[in-house]
Design a protein around this ligand. Structure first.
Ligand SMILES: Cc1cc2nc3c(=O)[nH]c(=O)nc-3n(C[C@H](O)[C@H](O)[C@H](O)COP(=O)(O)O)c2cc1C
Length: 182
């Protein structure tokens, strides 16, 4: 249980229909301890390609909506696959829209990783997000290797993680870090 209501905004680096990263975020959403709400962002695939020419007064409405949600959130959860040893292009594009804006500095962030691989994307994301002045809460890091498994196996692992309290533990650690630093 969180000491105050928290709104967490979850960003998925994969736009794939059956994304394991998204399934992990969905499992976290369903496992939320009392007082925590998670919304999974569905705007990333619809963001135009970033250009500094389109910032300020020329900011596209969908970007303003995306940034608005980030601004409202008490914390962000990021779950992303690794593509060619790096950050998926569409996801990096979404992050680029936020670089020069006011919403992200000092925003707490936790990683939820759905693969036993992909350490390079975790390292690169940490570097990029720290450069953008987000605050990564490493204590809350959750790794649940469901990527590459069938639907039933994924569902079984996620359900076991929920029953054992693994998902809630990460969220509670994240909530505690948000509330103590606020
Ligand atoms: C274009 C592409 C490139 C990939 N490159 C890597 C890679 O460099 N390293 C890796 O560990 N996995 C790589 N993968 C595998 C994905 O990280 C893995 O399939 C992951 O589960 C996909 O996440 P999702 O289920 O959330 O879409 C790649 C997959 C795709 C589609």
């Amino acid at each position: 249980m969180s000491s105050r209501p928290l709104f967490l905004y979850a960003l998925c680096g994969s736009q794939r229909q059956a994304s394991a990263s998204r399934r992990l975020l969905e499992a976290l959403r369903l496992a939320c301890p009392e007082g925590i709400t998670i919304e999974i962002c569905d705007l990333i695939a619809g963001l135009p390609i970033f250009s500094p020419d389109d910032e300020g007064e020329r900011t596209p409405p969908v970007v303003a909506k995306f940034a608005g949600k980030i601004g409202e959130a008490d914390g962000l959860i990021v779950s992303s696959p690794e593509y060619a040893h790096g950050i998926p292009g569409g996801f990096k594009n979404a992050l680029d829209w936020l670089v020069s804006r006011d919403e992200v500095p000092f925003k707490p962030l936790m990683f939820a990783h759905a693969s036993h691989r992909g350490d390079l994307v975790l390292e690169q994301l940490a570097d990029v997000l720290q450069t953008m002045s987000l605050r990564i809460v490493s204590d809350a890091f959750l790794r649940l290797p469901i990527a590459g498994k069938g639907d039933e196996a994924q569902a079984a692992i996620l359900s076991q993680a929920r029953e054992s309290g693994l998902l809630q533990t990460s969220l509670s650690r994240f909530a505690e870090a948000i509330c103590t630093e606020a």
